[in-house]
Design a protein around this ligand. Sequence first.
Ligand SMILES: [Ca+2]
Length: 220
Amino acid sequence: MRAPVLPAVAGALALAAAAAPLAGCAFRPSGDGGGDLVAPDGAGTGDPIDAATSTPLDGPPPCPDADQDGVCDAVDDWPCGTRPTVPASVAIGTVITASVSGVSIDGGGNTAVVAAGSQLSYELAWTLRDMNPLCTTCVDQLEVGLVPGRRHTCVFDANPPQNQTMSGTATVPMTAPSTPGLHSLRFQIAQDFSCSAFGRTDWWIAAPGADATFGVLCVR
Ligand SMILES: [Ca+2]
């Protein structure tokens, strides 16, 4: 299916079409009799060569634009407003530090447009370093999941050696939210007895803040 043409492109095409006859044919000063592709041909009044550009190039698109970002729905590759920029590597923590990088949502980058309720997965690389001298026997978790929403899993769940950077990669399957709009993928450090202590499946204590965002989904 051919994608709808944007106003700016339409204007350029119209100009090209209008200019073409001038290049190889004699100029018609008035009362164009047809054949110059400028529509509509007027009844004895001629058609100004610039008639097709009367629509301002920076005006609103004459097409459905649900997120009002100036890009027609039919060709909008991010129908959730302006596509956010998510850092390639995100680090959190002080005494215990962690990072997430190399995020790929369904084989793409760290932002993705996904269908509501669809099955997908994301890949990431992580690090975790425990430098807390007061809790050398504590178990750490590195939780990842949706905000708003629930934790998906723990990509790390163990008592790491003190002052050593642990690292790894993970592929996390998930179901896309059923609510259209923006949803963040975030991570946080937890210190429960284990990832699933007491049957817990949601975030430890509270969901992580915006500074721990490593991916963004535009659900539609
Ligand atoms: Ca749009």
